[in-house]
Design a protein around this ligand. Structure first.
Ligand code: COA
Length: 159
């Protein structure tokens, strides 16, 4: 599907500097909750991204908004079943970018069922998932580095 302002493309090395800054945003960290222990640790970030980009079972794309790197969207199976996740720079929030990016991503990735997780109070992410057809199938609870406390998360599935 083609969207006028939003497109997906493979990740380029130069995108990583942008992703690094985007994942440093305190409000994004609070929302996502389940983040690295120290998002400012660039060596850890680089090692994590080397693992992502080397994983043949992982699908990842850079999200472009009017040609700018707005964020990234991925599907991995690190916890068993294929699971989708995404992150946008704050200046791109509230424009429908995540919904359109996930819609496009789901078209290029036909694997089903597909899981997703979001902190129970990450209403924006839950809404994005709901609009793309995901339904809540369960919940979990775990320590969230992004908040320094236990956080309940919802597990969603697209069939
Ligand atoms: C979550 C995130 C991807 C949302 O991106 P976005 O492009 O702003 O999302 P969209 O504009 O496509 O849609 C957001 C939807 O949530 C709604 N929404 C946004 N903030 C909300 C809030 N605080 N409460 C309720 N709904 C909210 C919007 O109104 C919209 O729904 P609508 O179309 O029915 O009006 C973005 O905020 C982000 O990257 N956050 C940090 C990382 C993160 O949380 N990633 C997901 C981890 S599970």
């Amino acid at each position: 599907m083609f969207f006028e302002r939003i497109s997906l493309r493979p990740v380029l090395p130069a995108d990583l500097d942008v992703f690094f800054l985007q994942q440093l945003d305190p409000e994004g960290i609070r929302m996502a909750a389940f983040t690295p222990n120290d998002p400012a640790d660039r060596a850890h970030f680089d090692a994590h991204w080397a693992k992502i980009l080397a994983d043949p079972n992982l699908t990842i794309r850079t999200i472009l908004y009017d040609g700018q790197v707005a964020g990234n969207i991925a599907c991995h199976a690190w916890f068993g079943s294929p699971e989708v996740c995404y992150w946008l720079g704050r200046e791109f929030w509230g424009k429908g970018v995540a919904t359109q990016a996930l819609t496009a991503f789901l078209e290029l990735l036909p694997v089903r069922p597909l899981s997703a997780r979001a902190a129970k109070d990450n209403l924006a992410s839950l809404r994005v998932l709901e609009k793309c057809g995901f339904r809540i199938v369960g919940s979990d609870k775990g320590f969230a580095n992004g908040r320094g406390e236990e956080v309940e998360e919802l597990i969603l599935e697209l069939r």
